[in-house]
Ligand binder design. Sequence first.
Ligand code: ZN
Length: 141
Amino acid sequence: MKINTTPGRTLTGRLQKGEDLLRGLEKVCREEKFRLGELRALGAVARARLGYYDQGRREYRFIAFDEPLEIVSLVANVSIKDGEPFVHAHVTLADSRGAAFGGHLAEGTEVFACEYTITEQLFDGAIERSFDEATGLYLWS
Ligand code: ZN
């Protein structure tokens, strides 16, 4: 699937220290009623939890990092899942030596500081996530 979109609102702001990174971004998207969009952010986290999708087992494995890390880059898309705005985010984090690693952003990542920009994409309709048999994931249909 592919669709043409036109740029809508661009919203920029920051999350509060102590917020959950993924839930915080999702809350903004729900408050603003974004149906489709792209999101970028940077900053730092007090601790992190990332997911890695095991393609063979068709399940996420989670990795916890209990240390302060830089958000080198966070890229995400916003779409609709179960009728609500849903944020799918991937993040690259760096430690005190500058070593970077990354993955699928999971709940349990605590914001130290986060600056974000969300660009709304407008089109006639909404992209809904639904279960995809081939991957075991909820993908755009
Ligand atoms: Zn992902």
